[in-house]
Design a protein around this ligand. Structure first.
Ligand code: B3K
Ligand code: ZN
Length: 881
């Protein structure tokens, strides 16, 4: 077992003894026995090569032939196991190695390496899948130029694709077979290799780059789904233009291809010139995709495209540097979506995701730095910390440097490292050098795990007209890191005056304050602002300028003032969330004590004002009206969590808000109901739907039969997926019996459409009712469920575990036992998807003692099982540690 082996450590990095300059691949495709011939031009890279020992890694790899410089290698010169090919006496001079392997793509349920999805051959190589195709120096610092020849029967695979540009294709005379050859001139690591072969539909378009080159664009999908690819194509062209406009980055091949497949472990993959996507992030039309789906398609298409520069042209030296491409590329896709849509609403959505996914990781047993320093299984480090916190770190760099110096730093990074495998140090040095600043303290953001806690206290001196703001920062202990140092944390802020506008100040002492940003660098810092005309309401961490928890001693009245008047829309939303969270935490304690919770009437009034404020965009108003989730509340409570009490408190507050605002909600619903309007996926239209659907959802919290009828009518009257799903979702989440008729109707309407049925599976799995676990078990045998498809698994079991707080965390432990049984079975077929789902156990120590004990015993049962995959063993071991 790999996890019993020594872990990989950043400090142990050594350049490879040999490297590979060119790779020529020949795939002869056949379902059970594909033959791959890899011809590698190898040369010594370090002094170590003189020892003549060449080690190429494999993974379940089957060797069929081996030649060195054209001569078959005698058996005594090498040893081959499924994991390793070792050649002794390798020349200390350039040589050619020809390796022949055989692959059963049909039997590959791990979906790493070469596999088949609905009959189409496809590959997934990041991080360590290429070794499942051939023995290789499968590490990102070995950059080679690839030429790929693919041969298959014309009937099975009329479409033959690989990285780069097409160079040759044709029939193989006298057979029913044909071939194609692709050449990628840009040196790349093996994880960016891809090939696809199958019978697929296609849409085509083109893009003229800023230097005037015409690039052919193609999106392939299952036949019959071509019409659903239009939005993805549009998003691709906008991404290409945006990267030119904002970063000066142009596409570099003659063709850019996207292939949508239905069996995929993650979202998508940025293989050079040949992105392979989970079809859920390509296909969209009004009848089958929600507004959120459209936004996700746009964001993921952009993300993978942006990797062409941040990840492909400049790649990672080793897997510890993963955030170098992922954090940066997430930052870039977030900025793209902000420019395409509403910046404020996008920021709120991104921070919600960060707080929902990354904060619990950072606060639990799986916490690790943005750049980890040790791993057993790299697949388990494609985490919210590497991605989302990694993006926040780039965002802080921009805040600290300002937009001009940030851009200069990016330019210098490309200038210095294009064509290289780089490190986080290379990246940060580019900014330090371009802007002439010292970023050594900032580097701690990459090495210290844990969400910093910032405590702020303000005091106004009426006579002296000074405002003292004291700030402390502490970074909590995390696995393997007990001592932490203070970090350079940018806090964007304003001092709100009585009329709601920010007040100026004449001077500030105690720290660097520039362009509305406090540069917090010490553990304790007190800033004294002078010339402050009136008692300010401090608006701190505007735009969520750092990924921290902020605790501020601020009154309800001041928070209400922020909700009404803060010029920063993010903090307006944050103030409403903070008020609601205070109420929900107090309400949970009341529930536990068996008392009726009190609701703050001023909060209800403030929400009513936001609801009716026509100067605010509807999407923003919808965000303010959406209370913190049950998981958010659990995270804030942090210990002895009782999910039933949280759920009851949240229901009580929603009920009070809905009753308090019922008339206004009804009027707003009516005003937003524009009958007959054709669907458009733009942000403005989506925002109006979001507000109307949020209003409907709140109205259902009144529990009245009128509201239930309204939801049923909403379903019948819907002319797009967003509205239809909103009605079923609201009834399901309210746990109302009427949900059954809509869930069944929804299933029947979309029978046979797997991606839409995932929404149905997800709704079934997240109903907060005691019968849900049995329903989930029953659905595992439903014909619409496919036991080996990651999308189906995540929709049903993944959302049960991650998004059904009360039922996964049933007091009797049945939810935990179910997940353990499920994981033990799935682990035999798909370890990556298994370990991903098990992450739902990460906050088990924060549960009340009864649930905690039951979760622990389920985890221990998994840990004790024989033959666990390295992925699952690693997650379970760390979760229990
Ligand atoms: N780079 C891929 C993720 C690969 C995950 C491998 N386990 C998608 C992305 O982040 O763009
Ligand atoms: Zn990525």
């Amino acid at each position: 077992m790999k996890t019993d082996a020594a872990p990989f450590r950043l400090e142990d990095y050594r350049a490879p003894a040999f490297t590979i300059d060119t790779v020529d691949l020949n795939f002869v495709l056949a379902p059970k026995a594909t033959r791959v011939t890899a011809t590698l031009a190898i040369r010594p890279n370090t002094d170590e090569a003189a020892q003549g020992r060449l080690e190429l890694v494999g993974d379940e790899t089957v060797l069929k032939g081996l030649k060195l410089d054209g001569v078959a290698l005698p058996a005594e010169r090498y040893t081959a196991t499924p994991q390793l090919l070792v050649i002794e006496g390798a020349p200390n001079a350039p040589f050619t190695l020809e390796i022949e392997t055989e692959i059963d793509a049909d039997a590959n349920t791990k979906l790493m390496g070469l596999y088949r999805s609905s009959g189409t051959y496809c590959t997934q190589c990041e991080a360590e899948g290429f070794r499942r195709i051939t023995y290789f120096l499968d590490r990102p610092d070995v950059l080679a130029v690839y030429t790929t020849r693919i041969e298959a029967t014309k009937a099975d695979a009329p479409v033959l694709l690989a990285n780069g540009n097409p160079v040759e294709s044709g029939d193989i005379p006298g057979t029913d077979r044909h071939f194609a050859v692709w050449h990628d001139p840009f040196p790349k690591p093996s994880y960016l290799f891809a090939m696809v072969a199958g019978d697929l539909g296609v849409i085509k378009d083109s893009f003229r780059t800023m230097s005037g080159r015409e690039v052919e664009l193609r999106i392939y999908c299952e036949h019959g789904k071509e019409a659903r690819c239009g939005y993805a194509m549009d998003a691709l062209k906008r991404s290409m233009k945006w990267d030119e406009d904002v970063f000066g980055l142009e596409y570099d091949l003659d063709i850019f291809v996207i292939v949508a497949v239905s069996d995929f472990n993650m979202g998508a993959m940025e293989n050079k010139g040949l992105n392979i996507f989970n079809d859920k992030y390509v296909l969209a039309d009004p009848d089958t995709a929600t507004d959120a789906d459209y936004a996700n398609v746009e964001g993921v298409i952009a993300h993978e495209y942006f990797h062409n520069w941040t990840g492909n042209r400049i790649t990672c030296r080793d897997w510890f540097q993963l955030c170098l491409k992922e954090g940066l590329t997430v930052f870039r896709d977030q900025e793209f979506s902000s420019d395409m849509r509403s910046r404020a609403v996008k920021r709120i959505a991104d921070v919600r995701t960060l707080q929902a996914r990354q904060f619990p990781e950072d606060g639990g047993p799986l916490a690790h730095p943005v750049r980890p320093e040790i791993y057993h299984e790299i697949s388990n480090f494609y985490t919210p910390t590497v991605y989302e916190k990694g993006a926040e770190v780039v965002r802080m760099l921009k805040t600290i440097l300002g937009p001009e110096d940030f851009r200069k730093g990016m330019d210098l990074y490309f200038e210095r490292h294009d064509g290289e495998a780089a490190t986080v140090e290379d990246f940060v040095s580019s900014f330090a050098d371009a802007a002439g600043v010292d970023l050594s303290q900032f580097m701690l953001w990459y090495s210290q795990a844990g969400t910093p806690q910032i405590v702020a206290k303000g005091q106004y001196d009426e006579d002296a007209k000074t405002y003292r703001l004291s700030l402390t920062q502490t970074v909590p202990a995390t696995p393997g890191q007990s001592q932490k140092r203070p970090m350079h944390t940018p806090i964007r802020f304003g001092l709100m005056g009585p009329n709601g506008e920010d007040m100026g100040f004449s001077d500030v002492e105690g720290g660097r304050v520039e362009d509305g940003v406090i540069h917090l660098t010490e553990a304790n810092q007190t800033l004294t602002f002078s010339g402050v005309g009136a008692r300010p309401v401090p608006s701190l961490l505007r735009g969520f300028s750092a990924p921290v928890r902020l605790a501020i001693d601020i009154s309800t009245a001041d928070l209400l003032f922020q909700v009404r008047a803060d010029s920063d829309p993010f903090n307006r939303w944050q103030a409403a969330q903070t008020l609601a969270m205070r109420n929900l935490i107090a309400g949970t304690a009341e529930q536990v004590a068996g008392r009726a919770p009190a609701v703050e009437p001023a909060l209800i009034e403030a929400l009513g004002e936001i609801l009716d404020n026509e100067r605010l965009e509807p999407a923003f108003r919808a965000q303010v009206l959406q209370l913190p989730s049950e998981a958010d509340i659990a995270r804030e409570i942090g210990r002895d969590v009782d999910p039933d009490a949280i759920s009851a408190a949240r229901r009580a507050l929603r009920g009070a808000i809905a009753r308090g605002l019922e008339d206004r909600l009804q009027r707003r619903y009516a005003a937003l109901s524009e009958d007959g309007a054709a669907y458009a996926p733009d942000a403005g239209s989506a925002g109006r739907r979001a507000l109307r659907n949020t209003v409907l959802d709140l109205l259902l919290a009144t529990g009245t039969s009128a509201a239930i009828d309204q939801a049923l009518r909403h379903y019948d009257g819907a002319h797009n997926m967003t509205d239809r799903l909103a009605a079923v979702g609201a009834l399901s989440q309210a746990g109302l019996p009427e949900r059954r008729q809509l869930l069944d109707a929804f299933h029947d309407r979309y029978a046979g459409d797997a991606l839409v049925l995932d929404k149905w599976l997800m709704l079934e799995a997240t109903v907060p009712a005691p019968e849900t676990l049995d329903r989930v078990r029953e659905l595992l045998r439903h014909p619409s469920y496919q036991a080996n498809n990651p999308n189906r698994i995540r929709a049903l079991v993944g959302s049960f575990a991650a998004a059904n707080q009360t039922q996964f965390n049933r007091a009797d432990g049945a939810g935990y036992d179910f997940l353990a049984d499920f994981a033990l079975d799935l682990d035999k077929r798909n370890p990556q998807t298994t370990s991903r789902i098990l992450v739902s156990f990460r906050s088990w120590r924060a549960l009340e003692p009864g649930r905690r004990a039951r979760a622990e015993s389920a985890l221990r049962r998994i840990a004790a099982a024989e033959g666990l995959s390295p992925d699952t063993q690693d997650i379970v071991t760390r979760t229990l540690a």
